[in-house]
Every structure is written in structure tokens, then in C-alpha cells.
Design a binder for this molecule. Sequence first.
Ligand SMILES: [Zn+2]
Length: 84
Amino acid sequence: MENMSQQQFDTFTASSLYCQKCQATMPVRERLLLVLPDKEIFDYLCTGCASSVGQREVTAGERIMAQARAPKRPRRIPLKARMN
Ligand SMILES: [Zn+2]
């Protein structure tokens, strides 16, 4: 169950970006660069040369959306509601 929500979160990140140093599209590693009250800034590092190839801002709204999409809700079916 918890593995599934982890996979959902992975789709939220970029997997490869063009690196000017390597002159190729390289797989990137995401690193949390800065956390602000309303957003987080991620840095993308080339896995070939470890240089920064891009950044991404994730607003709080986007994060909530991504979390809402993940099937991570506790299975609590209110019994009273079912009896109606
Ligand atoms: Zn590179």
C-alpha cells in the first residue's frame, strides 16, 4: 500500500533533462533546494557530471493536488453513512 503512494510521487518529478556540459539529455537527480512557506524549490542535478541543469518550483497547491491524487487515504468507511 505504501509503495503505491511512493510511485505516485515519483511521477511528479522530472526524470531527465538536457545537460549542456554533457551535451545530451541526461537522467537527473532531484534535490530539495529551498523550502518556503508557500512553495518548495527543487534543483535538478545531472547524474553524469553533477552540475545543476534546472530548477522547479512546486507550490503548496500543486503539492496538495499531487497528494490528493495519490491513493493514500485511510480506509475508514463511516458505518452510519452506509446504513442510510
Ligand atoms: Zn552532465
